[in-house]
Design a protein around this ligand. Structure first.
Ligand code: GLU
Length: 451
């Protein structure tokens, strides 16, 4: 055994920090996983000897490129584009593209690392990747979005492919952007293949893909409650975000009998004490997706509600908190408030929305905690089904896909359980998800030898 095989958790993390200076989100994501994996592999030297975790925490490659485009006023604009191909041990790299002004290498490395575990948990053959750009879509015209997407794909096309790397949407990237990018890919390569998922239904997309992340989050919560002999029915739910994940999670939670009382965007949150219904959620969808306005206007249409400028919803008393906006949107202090207010479950719709300190508090307080890599895996799972449909050129029916999504979420819950049950009976889903996600990738890597 060499010295490197003797590293403990602290030394491992020190190494990650040293090798990836300033990449705080990446450090955070690796730390959250590493603590559980070190426990798991303590009596399994084969994983230590093969340096498996060290290798998963070193992306296969990080591609970064310049993206030039012209705005409507004729100015030349320069953005940075990325694709982080983290690990392809169990299938082609797979994961979304994020267009947001905050995007940098650290954020995409954390997302690609998380995606590797998430995709493994789905049970489908997909590796982990993520990409995007610091391009800010806010306030951009449709033509500007199109020109940016075309320029972005003009470089990205050489790095992706249906059996190599299959990007999809994420924050700032929906069906419109996927359309522009797919159009450009097809134009450059003259190939009509499933190189992207989240496509429109008329051109290779899958039914249920749009709803899948949000619905999946609620199915995971349903399974957590069932395991705990509880139910989602009648629960008061606080949701953050107003995008695809948040609004579909709200819709499904309402359908299953919960009362959803908050939604939010970057301007603040709406508190509707009567609870949202389908019509109210639809208002939010139209306001965000179609008018691209702020949720603040909600109170003009539904005066029973209040708008809280610049605030997040975690101070509102609720049974379930569902952070569905972005990373690090639920802090340690907010976790304390939620716990004080009697929260029963937290389920992550966004990627890494809770800080590690917040998660530690939930775990210590024995509160049900559904980690993103398990709870929000429904989206990428249906992306996986979109890939199969594209390969076979056969489209599945809506009922089949809805059934498969439910089944996959149930299986993910079950896979987590295998490693999650603690001595006192508490089900530590974060730990279960980390270990179950790791094991499959790790065993594949062992089979491949030292590469
Ligand atoms: N961006 C989504 C996620 O975080 C979906 C990725 C995909 O469908 O490839 O899982």
């Amino acid at each position: 055994m060499t010295t490197s095989q003797h590293v403990n958790l602290e030394q491992f993390i020190e190494g990650v920090i040293r090798r990836n200076p300033g990449e705080t989100e990446f450090h955070q994501a690796v730390y959250e996983v590493a603590a559980d994996i070190f426990d798991f592999i303590a009596d399994k030297p084969i994983y230590h000897e093969a340096q498996i975790l060290r290798r998963i925490a070193e992306p296969d490659r990080v591609i970064s490129f310049r993206v030039c485009w012209e705005d409507d006023a004729g100015n030349v604009r320069v953005q940075r584009g990325y694709r982080v191909q983290n690990n392809n041990s169990i299938g082609p790299y797979k994961g979304g593209l994020r267009f947001h002004k905050s995007v940098n290498q650290s954020i995409l490395k954390f997302l690609a690392f998380e995606q590797t575990f998430k995709n493994s948990l789905t049970g489908l053959p997909m590796g982990g990747g993520k990409g995007g750009s610091d391009f800010n879509p806010k306030g951009k015209s449709d033509h500007e979005i199109m020109r940016f997407c075309q320029s972005f794909m003009t470089e990205l096309f050489r790095h992706v492919g249906e059996d190599t790397d299959v990007p999809a949407g994420d924050i700032g990237v929906g069906a419109r952007e996927i359309g522009y990018m797919f159009g450009q890919y097809k134009r450059i390569t003259n190939r009509y293949v499933g190189v992207l998922t989240g496509k429109g239904l008329e051109w290779g997309g899958s039914l249920v893909r749009k709803e899948s992340t949000g619905y999946g989050v609620v199915y995971f919560l349903e399974n957590m409650f069932k395991q705990d002999k509880g139910t989602i029915e009648g629960k008061v739910v606080a949701i953050s975000g107003a995008g695809n994940v948040a609004t579909h999670a709200a819709e499904k939670a309402i359908q299953l009998g919960a009362k959803v009382i908050t939604l939010s965007d970057s301007t603040g949150f709406i508190h509707d004490p009567d609870g949202f219904n389908r019509e109210k959620v639809q208002w939010v969808v139209d306001q965000k997706a179609h008018s691209r306005g702020s949720v603040a206007d909600y109170v003009k249409v539904f005066p029973v509600a209040s708008f809280h400028e610049g605030e997040r919803p975690w101070g509102v008393k609720c049974d379930v908190a569902m952070p569905c906006a972005t990373q690090n949107e639920l802090s340690e202090d907010e976790a304390k408030i939620l716990i004080k207010n009697g929260v029963k479950a937290i389920v992550e719709g966004a990627n890494m929305p809770c800080s590690n300190d917040a998660i530690a508090l939930f775990r210590d307080a024995r509160i049900l905690f559904g980690p993103a890599k398990a709870a929000n895996a429904g989206g990428v799972a249906v992306s996986g089904l979109e890939m199969s449909q594209n390969s076979t050129r056969i489209s599945l029916k809506e009922e089949e896909l809805q059934g498969l999504l439910r089944e996959i979420m149930e299986n993910i819950h079950q896979n987590c359980l295998e490693f999650a049950v603690q001595a006192d009976g508490y089900v530590d889903y974060a730990k279960g998800a980390n270990i179950a996600g790791f094991k499959k990738v790790a065993n594949a890597m062992l089979a491949f030898g030292i590469v």
